[in-house]
Design a protein. Structure first.
Length: 291
């Protein structure tokens, strides 16, 4: 069975065709430009696959996920220039008559990791997936269901306690300034240091500051959701940064609640190359087809 996946990001769209065993058969990357140009290229890509039975879209947001809303399927109040109030699902329905599942990019990644955990016999009941990249977001799954009914969680925009060495940095979020996204997303490295994130060495103190904030987010999640696992993906994350996060998490939590081995509780994705959302989309497309 052919299943389609769109991972819609602020810089690129990863489109893929796979099967019910979550194997990728074909994949392409489309730069994110204007909605009209980008979605036309996406539609053209999928037009090659006449046997595609269902499609899942995991998109940057905020998005409207309430099926009874007149704006269901829209990207709504996004800071991404030109993309506010884009009817994403409606546009795709003009080109594809089959079922379409619609969710956030981080939900797609969370579901992919949930599926992989089952395949690897971890038998976990809940997990949280954070993307720390151009933006910051998180998806939450409990017993196979996404958290959020009025809307999807916006855990990238929670507030955190400021690091003593970072009080003069105002943050870059256009809505909140120094929320989590405004303090740890990829563009914050250039805003603080004048260098692109990939050019900042891991020995730079900025990584200690970022780890402090990410650890706080993990503690908030631990104390509110109590998941089996918290996973960190996205272009900013690395094993080296995650080790710093674990150290800060342990110090700040101060053994208040038990979470087990931190190497298993705070982890990088099991899917390689940040491919969790593609796997999740195949599984969600299949679920929507069967529904």
């Amino acid at each position: 069975m052919q299943l389609g996946s769109i991972e819609a990001g602020g810089t690129k769209f990863v489109c893929a065709i796979g099967d019910e065993n979550y194997r990728i058969h074909n994949q392409t990357v489309i730069p994110t430009t204007t909605p009209a140009e980008t979605l036309a290229k996406v539609a053209a890509y999928f037009s090659q696959f006449s046997e595609m039975k269902a499609l899942s879209i995991a998109s940057f947001g905020p998005i409207e996920i309430r099926r009874n809303s007149e704006h269901y399927g829209y990207i709504t109040d996004t800071p991404k220039p030109g993309w506010r109030d884009t009817d994403f699902v409606g546009t795709m329905k003009q080109h594809f008559a089959g079922p379409i599942y619609w969710t956030t990019d981080v939900n797609g990644s969370a579901y992919g990791e949930y599926v992989l955990s089952a395949l690897f016999n971890e038998n976990i009941e809940s997990l949280v997936y954070y993307t720390i990249g151009t933006g910051v977001g998180a998806g939450v799954i409990v017993d196979g269901r996404f958290l959020g009914t009025l809307g999807h969680p916006e855990m990238g925009h929670v507030y955190v306690k400021r690091h003593p060495a970072d009080r003069d940095f105002k943050g870059i979020c256009p809505f909140h300034g120094d929320c989590l996204e405004g303090l740890v997303s990829g563009p914050t490295f250039e805003a603080r240091t004048g260098k692109k994130g990939q050019d900042v060495p891991l020995t730079d103190p900025v990584f200690d500051i970022v780890a402090y904030y990410i650890a706080q987010a993990a503690i908030q999640t631990t104390l509110t959701v109590r998941p089996n696992k918290i996973i960190f993906g996205g272009g900013v994350m690395s094993e080296s940064l995650l080790r710093k996060v674990r150290r800060e998490f342990k110090r700040l939590l101060n053994n208040y609640v038990a979470v087990g081995d931190l190497d298993h509780y705070l982890t990088m994705p099991q899917a390689k190359n940040n491919g969790s959302a593609t796997i999740g989309n195949f599984a969600l497309a299949l679920r929507e087809y069967n529904r």
